[in-house]
Design a protein around this ligand. Structure first.
Ligand code: PEP
Length: 254
């Protein structure tokens, strides 16, 4: 869509040593179109914090952007183990994944906590890549829309931002890391619903500018189908983003 540039974001989760990240980056850069090619989507790699600096040094001249997988809401101080959005900016991150289902489920992050993080990221000038999505149980009880709407309303509470300063990732929990992707119809339907929620929270104009991407077992075999849908603006990719060749193929198909 001419309004919204396609976005391919890699979520490496807790994977790769510095050496492995370096090898990935060198191979990946050889396999993707030039940065100025209009056939290239926006590319963001979200590695563990420990490999950000290595990736920056290799990818910065090639227009591949960096993102983090989490951030804290305070700016600095006595918060042992946490990292602030301004630190991420300093480490060359343009994006930060917030509200990923693994953090919601394993670390117990609530919509309220995620809201504080989104606020802090926006204030620091980092684009939040806000993840929402229902569990299998919620889908089976026909509560998927209700759950996703509540996540959006609560996570975006009191946050004023323009459509370009926010990315939403629809990641049905049952499709993450399972090999069972949502159908492209299901993704389109929910993403159109998310856009209608953003229209209510913000405005039609902002909703039209906000990129909403799909995540959950995306791979080279199914990326084209998702991107063929009118409201799907890209993908957040876990497992298939760990191999340079596989991520590069996804980029070339996007
Ligand atoms: C994710 O964790 O954001 C994700 C989409 O993982 P996978 O592609 O492995 O399902």
């Amino acid at each position: 869509d001419f309004l919204r540039r396609r976005l391919i974001a890699a979520n490496w989760k807790m994977n790769k040593s510095i050496r492995e990240a370096e090898d990935f980056a060198r191979e990946f850069l050889q396999l993707i179109p030039d940065a100025n090619s209009n056939e290239r989507p926006e590319i963001v790699i979200c590695p563990p914090f420990t490999t950000l600096s290595t990736l920056k040094s290799i990818t910065e001249d090639y227009g591949v952007k960096l993102g983090a997988q989490n951030a804290f809401w305070e700016e600095k101080g006595a918060y042992t183990g946490e990292i602030s959005p301004s630190m991420l900016l300093d480490a060359a991150c343009s994006y930060v994944i917030l509200g990923h289902s693994e953090r919601r489920q394993i670390m117990g992050e609530s919509n309220n906590i995620i809201n504080r993080k989104v606020k802090a990221a926006v204030e620091a000038g980092i684009i939040p890549l806000l993840c929402v999505g229902e569990t299998l149980q919620e889908r089976e009880k026909d509560r998927a829309r209700e759950v996703v709407k509540e996540q959006l309303v609560k996570c975006l509470k009191d946050i004023k931002l323009s459509g370009e300063k926010l990315v939403v990732a629809y990641e049905p929990v049952w499709a993450i890391g399972t090999g069972v992707n949502a159908s492209s119809d299901d993704a389109q339907e929910m993403i159109a619903f998310i856009r209608s929620c953003l229209e209510k929270i913000y405005s039609r104009e902002e909703a039209d500018l906000t990129r909403i991407i799909y995540g959950g077992s995306v791979k080279e075999e199914n990326i084209a189908e998702f991107l063929g849908e009118a409201d799907v603006d890209g993908a957040l990719i876990g497992g298939a983003s760990l191999q340079a060749e596989s991520l590069a193929r996804i980029v070339r198909l996007s």
